[in-house]
Design a protein around this ligand. Sequence first.
Ligand SMILES: Nc1ncnc2c1ncn2[C@@H]1O[C@H](COP(=O)(O)OP(=O)(O)OP(=O)(O)O)[C@@H](O)[C@H]1O
Length: 302
Amino acid sequence: MIRITVEKKLSGAEGPFTLSIDLQMKPQSILTLYGKSGTGKTTLLRMLAGLVKPDSGRIEVNGEIWFDSSNGVCLPPQKRRVGMVFQDYALFPTMTVRQNLLFAQEKKEPRKVEEMLELTGLLALRDRYPGTLSGGQQQRVALARAILRAPDILLLDEPLSALDQKTRGQLQDEILKVHHRFGLSTLLVSHDKQEVFKLSDSVAVIKNGCITRTGTPHDVFLDRITSNKFSFVSTILSIRKVDCIYLAVIGAGNELVEVVLCERDAANLKPGDEVLVASKAFNPIVMKLKEATEPEDEIPPI
Ligand SMILES: Nc1ncnc2c1ncn2[C@@H]1O[C@H](COP(=O)(O)OP(=O)(O)OP(=O)(O)O)[C@@H](O)[C@H]1O
């Protein structure tokens, strides 16, 4: 079990606030921190890694105390078995893929590196330098490197946010695969609801430094479904008048939808406004676009 109870005063964009977290995480699960920018998610991950010291509290990981302000315990980062993957891949540019992985190991075990290269579909890229790889490939190397450290906790801070939708999907599968294969405990930060839904066993919503809600992704994100409404929150991109009706273009994930506005709404709304789009009499057309793929043992290289 991972138990985190920490407090730290932070300087936010709108003034000082206290990051005050009380969180428990089941071993071998994926817990996602979901919340707006500047609410303290990265700081919490950095506290776990030992890169930021809490003002007070306690961090216990599988029975080991990593931090306890009541008796002055604060393990240095190198004594915490943590794997970290961030948005920027942070690979060593002058080392090949294989050298990057070898470097991560305290005790050098080239055989394990070879196994990891094979498992993560990186074998063909082993002698390439990070600068010659795509974003998805680099992130796969960063993930392999983090796992080679046999971490007690894997920290993923928006690791896929710089990637396109298709590569994101592939890397999400990859994360799930290695998470289960190595029985990892994974703490993920993500802004992407679809990603959170796909990857997480549980979600903790963080607002102004405090956790306001925890639960399964279904409980946290889909409680509105009881009202039988189809709805999503998005931003108006444009409004134009065609004959006597107003048409608004609204983003929906990576898609664009065009909806008709009544004259009163058109007068009240402008591009950039955040809106809730909902349909009361919900009778959607649901068309299959692509068959779900069976999980594969080996995911082909990106
Ligand atoms: N050591 C520190 N001391 C004081 N304030 C800090 C410290 N570290 C971060 N902050 C501030 O705390 C706030 C939260 O930062 P943090 O990076 O944890 O947010 P976040 O939720 O991860 O945001 P984002 O999603 O944009 O990455 C920011 O305003 C930041 O400037």
